[in-house]
Write a protein that binds this ligand. Sequence first.
Ligand code: FE2
Length: 293
Amino acid sequence: MNARTSPTLQHEVVSKPREVERLITGTATSDGAGVKLTRVLTQGLQRRLDPFLMLDAFGTDNPEDYIGGFPDHPHRGFETVTYMIAGRMRHRDSAGNEGLLQNGGVQWMTAGRGLVHSELPEQEDGRMEGFQLWLNLPASDKMCAPWYRDLQSADIPEFRTAEGVTARVIAGASHGIAGGMQRETTLPLYLDLHFEPGSGFTQALPAAHNGFVYVYRGALRIGDTSVPAQRMAILKNQPDSDGVILHADEPTRALLIAGNPLNEPIAQYGPFVMNSNEQIHQAVEDFRAGKFA
Ligand code: FE2
């Protein structure tokens, strides 16, 4: 299944849609070698949006904002999901893997017990736009072997609803269409939705899953709440709710992300996310001892 076929879509049935709990404005920051970005999901929201640990949005036409990229740095204990809307980024890691992430593609990387990698722009001008999401691993998987997968744009299942929404299914499933990635335990749903003016999109969500919507162009209505561009709407966890309904009055693009909370302790020190301070000390020690190489 890919964007070039016309799948038979199943209806998503939602009778009690979730409301918006609150809107979040991202924090302008820089990371790596001076890459300017907006941190939308910050450390203070990790418990609330468990199993998600971070969401960064980057989008600029100015090479000075991205040209330094992210030189060699380690990760341990979680997964990074990088979605490139525009631009080209080359990644290399200490296991000898290398790939080019570009124009609608996704890199899904499971850091597990640890790796060192770089993420460097492979362009000197032009637009660079995309997102990096951090997804936690269950305690039992934090020391698994590192793993990654590059999904080119054509590998990401895509469909268009009769109401005029094009959905790219990066992970999970929507309208009966399975996404490019499936993960056990955290069961992430990751959709990139493109709305025509006057269109709506319905998505069933388990009531216990934490979910949010990030509008990156245009604006959405969710129940009585207007969500402008560059805002994240945290969806309320109403115990009797069964999904979410999104409406757009103008051309709009948004990410809809949800997952099953782990409800485990979160200990973070920079690029290491474990369950206890002892495990964080161990991660730092292992990294210094060259055990990530
Ligand atoms: Fe990284």
